[in-house]
Design a protein around this ligand. Structure first.
Ligand code: PLP
Length: 486
């Protein structure tokens, strides 16, 4: 199953696309472009006919794994099926041919879409306002933390610590450190939730905020959230929610009602835009009233007058933290999220989370026969098993079982995250999988548990059916030059 590079398929003179000479005007490039921008020699592009190009990329896509192929149970990543209508609306020429520097009189539809999307996201999370600017979840985190920093500075306070719970995604401490904070880790308790005693010990006058994921990264709802919010606010600190797991809360519970001051959404997960190995992300940030003046520039305003409704970009915000990105965010992802929410409507949005929770608990009930669950159930939209039993009894690690799943035609779950679970195997089925698919997936994992007991060599040597066998993952992380690694 080796596939040559497109450059190796190239033969001089072969063409993919021919244009008649009559399609060109007489004007030469020299008359359009300044001399310094003209190429001295032609670009070294592959010369291949259209049929070869199409077949090459179709063969590559067949080797790849994607949500259009089968279930993608990557915990914490919410790899749900993305409805194609989201791509259709995104491709409408009125959206796809816009230029970000066009005057706003000519981009009213796009501005209206962004204004309304921000309104819908505010309502879903119960926040006062939303900025659509950040380009990913981690970028949303940085934006949110900078808002918190600006808030404290505006009050003359120099708080320099940020509390992060030990089950948090690695981007949480990384974003807080990037914003200049000292990171203090708060422990989880035996239930897998935030340890309130440890939190109380660490909340002092230097703490700017607590970053919390709810439901947390092992799929458990932080049921003491109102108490946590009270403790944090009494201390003069703010509460940040990593909203990457909003897929469990839509239409059911709102971060704003739980006392969160900031939340970032992962639009590319929860609101069905393709991500992971392709496609840009989007990490809008929702804030409570006290943080609204600091939101990034520009914000979109809606103006009503006798002549009708118009939308505008407002840069006149003296307290803003400034720009977090060029222009206004990853617009294509915003169009997809808008389409998705409008298609579902309020009841449909709630059903997304209800079904995500039901699917996770159903799948968990099937897997408990052979795998250990370190923390109590029920879970929300995902769960984290431990492969400790298989490791201790048969010398088969979670990594080996994840590789063997590829032979069964499934993408591997998230493994070794969160760090608080030994031999972690973190599974998020999402709401878009049918009962039949969940049954087949469970059967595959249970068979692998049998193989681990009866034929461990098979699991240890997996994968055996994939285009490439086991890769050197340490080398892949350390040797970043992937162009010429031979
Ligand atoms: C819990 C959690 N927080 C934050 C992030 C970061 O989001 P992004 O990958 O969009 O930067 C992720 C990403 O997987 C996540 O799972």
């Amino acid at each position: 199953m080796r596939e040559k590079l497109i450059f190796d398929l190239s033969r001089p003179g072969r063409k993919g696309y021919a244009l008649s000479d009559r399609d060109f005007t007489d004007s030469s490039l020299e008359s359009i472009l300044p001399e310094k921008f003209l190429r001295k020699s032609p670009p070294e592009l592959p010369e291949v006919p259209e049929s070869e190009v199409v077949r090459h990329f179709v063969r590559l896509s067949n080797m790849n794994y994607h949500v259009d192929k089968n279930m993608y149970p990557l915990g914490s990543c919410t790899m749900k099926y993305n409805p194609k209508i989201n791509d259709y609306t995104c491709d409408l020429p009125g959206f796809s041919t816009l230029h970000p520097l066009q005057p706003s009189e000519t981009t009213q539809g796009a501005l209206q879409l962004m204004y309304e999307l921000a309104g819908m996201l505010s309502e879903i999370a119960g926040m006062a306002a939303v900025s659509l600017q950040p380009a990913a979840g981690a970028h949303g985190e940085l934006t949110g933390i900078l808002l918190i920093k600006k808030y404290h500075e505006s009050r003359g306070s120099k708080r320099h610590k940020l509390l992060v719970v030990d089950s948090a995604h690695g981007t949480n401490p990384a974003s807080a450190a990037l914003a200049g904070y000292e990171i203090i880790s708060v422990k989880g308790n035996a239930d897998g939730r935030t340890d309130l005693d440890d939190l109380a010990r660490k909340l002092d006058g230097d703490v700017a905020a607590l970053m919390l994921t709810n439901p947390n990264t092992i799929g458990l709802f932080e049921k003491d959230i109102l108490r946590i919010s009270e403790m944090v606010h009494k201390n003069g600190s703010l509460l940040y929610m990593d909203g990457a797991n909003m897929n469990a809360l839509l239409g059911i519970a709102r971060p704003g009602d739980m006392g969160f001051d900031v939340v970032h959404y992962n639009l590319h997960k929860t609101f069905a835009a393709p991500h992971g190995g392709g496609g840009p992300g989007s990490g809008p940030v929702g804030v409570s009233k006290i943080l609204e003046p600091f939101l990034p520039l520009p914000i979109i305003t809606k103006n009503e007058s006798d002549e009708g409704t118009t939308y505008a970009l407002n840069y006149d915000r003296p307290e803003s933290i400034g720009r977090m990105m060029n222009f206004y965010g990853n617009f294509g992802v915003l169009v997809r999220a808008y389409t998705y929410i409008r298609m579902l409507g309020p009841d449909g949005v709630r059903r997304v989370s209800e079904n995500a929770i039901i699917n996770a608990n159903y799948l968990l009930s099937l897997l408990l026969e052979r795998f250990d669950l370190p923390f109590p159930k029920p879970v929300m939209h995902e769960f984290c098993l431990s492969g400790d039993r298989q490791k201790k009894e048969h010398g088969v690690r979670t990594l080996d079982m994840a590789k063997r799943l590829l032979d069964y035609g499934f993408h591997a779950p998230t493994i070794y995250f969160p760090l608080i679970v030994s031999e972690a195997l973190m599974i998020e089925p999402t709401e878009t999988e049918s009962k039949e698919t969940l049954d087949i997936f469970a059967k595959a994992l249970l068979s692998i548990a049998d193989e681990a007991a009866n034929n461990p060599e098979l699991v240890l040597s997996a994968p055996v059916t994939t285009p490439v066998r086991r890769l050197d993952e340490a080398m892949a992380s350390r040797q970043l030059n992937i162009c010429c690694s031979l």
